[in-house]
Design a protein around this ligand. Structure first.
Ligand SMILES: Nc1ncnc2c1ncn2[C@@H]1O[C@H](COP(=O)(O)OP(=O)(O)O)[C@@H](O)[C@H]1O
Ligand SMILES: [Mg+2]
Length: 262
């Protein structure tokens, strides 16, 4: 199994605040991995460092065997990594399929507007359209293709955002709380579909989720548990379940607080 992502000794400081301290983990090729931990423990910051939006204070990040620690977000994305953000931002006046058509590889590039305005060839356009419909099929929402995204529920918007991140054949998807605030059945469907997509295509998915109880039952291969900027433990769902320290740290206190926040 190849290595798609290696995070080694990652540290991120904001002024005096240490948001991430010494985080190390690997995501293998074709792996479906959960990244969990209470609010404020550094999950999104870790994603921001991996995707090049933040320059880490220390540590090294390798993607597909290449050192990407100093690369710009668009360069990293061009290697085949896409991500979603905790707060979904769709083009509200466009349909679902149109949202998928916005060039994802350029999502961080300063030339986004240019690439949107640049006329693309008919055949390239048709290929992207086919890809968009295929992805909506994979996510089991082909019927939503022509809805305006402003008409969608929060959960459906999250699905469209995931679909958008799948455009352009990425090999590694980083999804930041894609099911937060999504109703249980749809949340489970999203995880089931991601599991199937990982198995069928061999891509890797690293998914942030803050509900420990939930992710333990969603068929991920491994779970990385963060707490206060560090990695508390990582292992299979069975191993995490068996770790009392983790259960106490999460199911005991923070889990309840977060449930109340939503
Ligand atoms: N751009 C930033 N500037 C200053 N502090 C930040 C910034 N981004 C995140 N933080 C802080 O870093 C810590 C970790 O945040 P974050 O990574 O968003 O946590 P999580 O995603 O696990 O909820 C928090 O204390 C947060 O307030
Ligand atoms: Mg976050």
């Amino acid at each position: 199994m190849g290595e798609f992502l290696r995070v080694d000794g990652l540290r991120m400081e904001f002024g005096g605040l240490v948001a991430v301290k010494d985080v190390s983990f690997i995501v293998g090729e074709g792996e479906f991995v959960g990244l969990i931990g209470p609010n404020g423990c550094g999950k999104s910051t870790t994603f921001n460092c991996i995707s090049g939006l933040l320059n880490q204070t220390a540590g090294k990040i390798e993607m597909f065997g290449e050192d990407v620690s100093e690369l710009r977000p668009d360069q990293i994305q061009n290697l085949g990594m896409t991500r979603t953000f905790q707060h979904t931002r769709l083009w509200r006046r466009m349909t679902v399929v149109e949202n998928l058509m916005v060039p994802p590889r350029k999502q961080f590039s300063p030339s986004l507007i240019k690439s949107l305005l640049k006329p693309r060839s008919r055949s390239a356009e048709r290929k992207r359209l086919e890809e968009a419909y295929t992805i909506l099929d994979q996510l089991e929402v082909p019927h939503m293709a022509h809805n305006l995204t402003s008409e969608l529920s929060g959960g459906q918007s999250k699905l469209v955002d995931i679909g958008r991140s799948m455009m352009g054949d990425p090999r590694l998807l980083l999804l930041d709380e894609p099911v937060a605030g999504v109703a249980g059945p749809l949340a489970m469907k999203i995880f089931n579909n991601l599991r199937r997509i990982v198995d069928e295509t061999g891509i890797s998915v690293l998914i942030i989720e803050h509900n420990m109880d939930f992710i333990l039952r969603q068929g991920v291969d491994r779970i990385i548990v963060m707490n206060e900027g560090g990695v508390l433990m990582q292992g299979t769902p069975d191993e995490v379940r068996a770790n009392r320290e983790v259960i106490e740290a999460y199911l005991g206190s923070s889990e309840k607080n977060e449930a109340e926040e939503e």
